[in-house]
Design a protein around this ligand. Structure first.
Ligand SMILES: Cc1ncc(COP(=O)(O)O)c(C=O)c1O
Length: 406
């Protein structure tokens, strides 16, 4: 029998890309030529309304936030040129972490260059053989990969997944764990606060009650809830009237509501943060958050704490936008979050709709596989406190026009 030659890397890669292009699934990256705001300047298109950024509070281009970054650049220079434990630990990192502790009312915080990094660090560092991690099936990719990585690094660490937001399914997993002799250590229950693609909210009160009943720790990645949920934007726990202390560990991003620059963090017990400082691989082997970003992120949190009315403005905009989208004939997945998904199923269709919306001056991205499961493609409309009522009316007019063409 003659062996079939394996396709070369370049022809294999070209085949994938050509198939994506031929089936209308190729993502074409838009280039922005100015700041992130309620409108953005797109190369080749000019100014369009931006309804796809995570700039929930409109702080990405806030003068004080920008100026804090500029001042940081002047004070600290362009880069840290080191990881934290060598010579990359600057006073602006301590100031940002103190600000995060004040914001959450938590004991300790540690920052990373991204929340992806934070999710890579937390499980692989804090979990051990005999522990069990129970994760929502629709958790963010960084949680999924962080848990997978932890399973490789810590042999004997057990992992399982429960049906999305299904408290009965979570209880069943906890009951299984109780009967499993391999579970000899800590049980970790992990969830997004606000789910990034669905826009729905984890049932944190029920999860806390289950964690108490089964002596488990609760970890919440509230990247899309921070600055958005709760009267003062503390996050999904505040939405439910829970104190931050009801969550054992938060992970979060500085790349969305909190200035939008970059960076992520873990907040929780001082002991766990000390262990992350000693043993976290992203902590020990990757440069510190750039100082300019630490300075602007700290200012963004300060502005949020000083001006909680921004959160109320966002909430008002979300209510108007959700009502408006419903009136266009499209169905939006219901919740009170700033993520408004319109399910269209087919990836090529979602991309084509996004392109058509740009023709109407509205920037909304179509998401398909592998960002969401096959057959679950969607337009994801994101609302900001920076949007005006007129902006939202223009969004709805564009959606109505789109609907009339379908
Ligand atoms: C829930 C969640 N976690 C983590 C991340 C990653 O954040 P970062 O961009 O800071 O890596 C995201 C970003 O999309 C997210 O939505």
């Amino acid at each position: 029998m003659t062996a079939v030659a394996a396709p070369s890397f370049s022809s294999r890669t070209q085949t994938i890309l050509s198939t994506l292009a031929e089936t209308g699934q190729l993502k074409r990256l838009q280039t922005i030529e100015g700041p992130m705001d309620r409108t953005v300047r797109l190369q080749g298109r000019g100014e369009v309304l931006c309804f796809c950024s995570n700039n929930y509070l409109g702080l990405a281009n806030h003068p004080e936030v920008v100026e804090a970054g500029v001042a940081g650049l002047r004070k600290y220079g362009a880069g840290t040129a080191s990881v934290r434990f060598i010579c990359g630990n600057f006073d602006c990192h301590a100031a940002l972490e103190a600000r995060l502790c004040a914001f959450y009312g938590c004991e300790a915080a540690y920052t990373f260059t991204s929340c992806w990094n934070a999710n890579e660090a937390i499980f692989a560092t804090l979990c051990e053989a005999g522990d069990l991690i129970i994760s929502d099936e629709l958790n963010h990719a960084s949680i999924i990969d962080g848990i997978r990585l932890a399973g490789v690094i810590k042999k004997g660490l057990l992992r399982t997944v429960y049906k999305h937001n299904d408290i009965a399914a979570l209880r069943a997993k906890l009951e299984d764990a109780r009967k499993n002799p391999e579970v000899t250590g800590t049980i970790w229950v992990v969830t997004d606060g606000v789910f990034s693609m669905e826009g729905d909210i984890a049932d944190l009160p029920s999860m806390r009650a289950l964690c108490d009943e089964f002596n488990a720790l609760l970890v919440v990645d509230d990247s899309h809830g921070t600055g958005v949920m709760g009267a003062t934007g503390r996050g999904t726990h505040e939405h439910f009237g829970m104190p931050a202390s009801a969550i054992d560990y938060f992970t979060g991003t500085l790349g969305k509501a909190l200035g939008g620059g970059a960076g992520g963090y873990i907040v929780g017990s001082a002991r766990a943060i000390a262990l992350l400082t000693q043993r976290g691989r992203p902590t020990l082997f990757s440069n510190a958050l750039p100082c300019t970003i630490a300075c602007s992120a700290e200012k963004a949190i300060e502005v949020l704490m000083r001006e909680p009315e921004r959160v109320q403005r966002l909430r008002d905009n979300v209510a108007v936008a959700r009502e408006g989208i419903r009136g266009t004939g499209f169905t939006v997945l219901e919740s009170s979050t700033a993520i408004c998904p319109v399910i269209v199923h087919d990836t090529a269709k979602a991309i084509a709709m996004s392109k058509r919306l740009l023709d109407f001056g509205v920037f909304v991205i179509g998401f398909g596989f592998p960002v969401v499961a096959e057959g679950h493609a969607r337009l994801r409309i994101q609302i900001s406190a920076a949007h005006t009522t007129e902006d939202i009316a223009s969004l709805c007019a564009a959606l109505k026009r789109l609907k009339s063409e379908s």
